[in-house]
Design a protein around this ligand. Structure first.
Ligand SMILES: Cc1cc2nc3c(=O)[nH]c(=O)nc-3n(C[C@H](O)[C@H](O)[C@H](O)COP(=O)(O)O)c2cc1C
Length: 241
């Protein structure tokens, strides 16, 4: 769409809503490959996302096949090493604070509800550390999705670029839905930037923003029945007249 954006009528608003509302964080994917043209199309559409002064600060690395599998092996090994000896975690750190240092209500409550809801659905109890570790590690297998995306940001950019990035990634997830695909955005990778950045060939000046799994969701997987709640509009909106 290069002309008359102003005249474009969204003929079917229900489809737009369906693409947005059917997006969820899928955590089990089928091995079915995703055509390269489809991935390119999704990225092209998503690149229409707004960004401050049109800076378009995103940089995307698409991992498939051998590059995907090799990264999975490296990060799973590091994740296992930390599990065997928690002191090893000191070697890894996130490049920016995605989560707060100190959790407070109501966010901590929602976080707990989310975590235990997911583990509960999978029958994983609080004391079952091995099962928790294994489930957490599914992040580092892209939940079996054939495509992994890694997003980086030039370190010279400001915090506002992370706002732009959110819009871009949401657009990817919605455009994926329009093509029968599902996604899971993943901050779980962030702590392993030290492994990921050299693996993908990112330059010195790039910071890892997060990863994302992309593929066809496994409809038979119990984990994909997990449905997260939302606060009603009135609870987060003040109407000023
Ligand atoms: C930037 C970002 C990072 C996330 N990181 C992870 C992750 O590492 N692993 C995971 O399983 N889910 C991750 N999530 C998914 C959230 O848990 C999920 O969006 C939230 O619980 C709402 O559920 P929904 O996406 O199914 O609507 C992430 C979401 C966002 C937006």
């Amino acid at each position: 769409m290069t002309q008359s954006q102003v005249q474009t009528v969204v003929a079917d608003p229900a489809s737009v809503d369906a693409a947005i509302e059917s997006r969820f964080s899928a955590r089990a994917f089928l091995p079915d490959p995703v055509p390269q043209d489809t991935i390119r199309d999704i990225l092209r559409v998503a690149s229409r996302a707004a960004s401050g002064t049109n800076t378009q600060p995103w940089k995307v690395y698409v991992l498939q096949g051998a590059s995907r599998d090799a990264l999975v092996d490296k990060v799973c090994a590091a994740h296992n090493a930390i599990y065997a000896d928690p002191a090893v975690a000191a070697q890894y750190r996130e490049e920016y604070d995605y989560y707060p240092e100190k959790w407070v209500s109501p966010y901590i409550d929602r976080r707990r509800e989310n975590g235990w809801g997911l583990y509960g659905l999978l029958g994983i109890t609080k004391g079952d550390k091995d099962a928790m570790h294994a489930q957490h590690q599914r992040n580092y297998r892209f939940f079996d999705a054939p495509v992994g995306l890694m997003f980086t940001l030039d370190r010279v950019m400001g915090r506002g670029s992370l706002v732009d990035y959110g819009m871009f990634i949401q657009s990817i997830m919605v455009a994926a839905r329009a093509r029968g695909l599902h996604t899971c955005p993943q901050a779980a990778w962030n702590g392993f930037a030290k492994i990921i950045l050299p693996h993908i060939g990112a330059g010195e000046g790039e910071m890892l923003v997060c990863g994302l799994s992309l593929g066809y969701a496994d409809e038979a997987a119990r984990v994909n029945t997990f449905h997260t709640p939302r606060e009603p509009v009135e609870s987060f909106t003040r109407w000023l007249g």
